[in-house]
Design a protein. Sequence first.
Length: 311
Amino acid sequence: MAIRGYVQLTPDPIDEENAILSSNEEMALVYAAQEQSHRRRLKLRIGMVIAAVALLGAAYKTTQWNSNNGSNSPASQNAEQQRDGQIESVAKFATSSPLCAPFNGIYFEPTQACCATGCGQYCGATNCQRAPPDVGPMNTCCTKKYTNICGSAGAVSPCLLPRTIAGAVQLLIDNLSAFSSDPAALAAVEAALAQLLNVPVADITATLSAAAGRRLLAEAVNVDYVLRLPPTSALSPADITTQSANLLPALQTQLTSANIPVNVLEAELPTPTVQEAGTPAPAPAPAPLLSTTTAAATTTLGYNVSYNVTL
């Protein structure tokens, strides 16, 4: 007689749990290995970036040192000279030109400017901003950045040489003694000219010269002047002469405000002469004094007043 049957085997829960734990541990190990590999690659990349930045910094410092101290190779010297423009000719001309000597500077012809003497070859050069720091702030040697006019309110280098206009103001007044004895009268002339020509009053200097004579009722005064303008100024002699009609009221207002007992009877602005920047200022030509007329004769009398106007 035969007996048939089967045996059903079921997994032990404990063994199944152990298998799951073993699988999770293996996956965790794999993830940990991958994370470690990723971190190594990231550290390597960061190290390469840091090394590249360090190399760039070293190269920049080397370039700066070479630019400040120069290179011994003729090729590099020629290249720098070509970048800087007219370095040698400018430096040579600057040492021999008297134009900037009164302003303690060296002359740069293309922009009619006076650089600080310490600028040397950087005066007006294309790399003017690379001048030694002990010369002054950045752009001290960059003439295209200049705004001060040489001689204006005592300005010295760095500054622009002025374009000058010389002429005379002719006045007929009733009190020459009061006009000539009060320094405020010259300040009134300066203020009136500043108003008419639209320039700062600090840029105008007036001086009184010798007397030519006097009358009881009317006395003539000549005011010789020199205007110092920026090299690019468009002010013309015609622009000045057109202000003749406005001179008398402007000057009278200034004299009255300063409590100066002087009445302006006549005022004229004859045509002046122009001298371009980079040449000595012209001496104003003597202008005929205004005349006072009587029934018996005509007499020309007065003082000369010289003044400088700096624009």
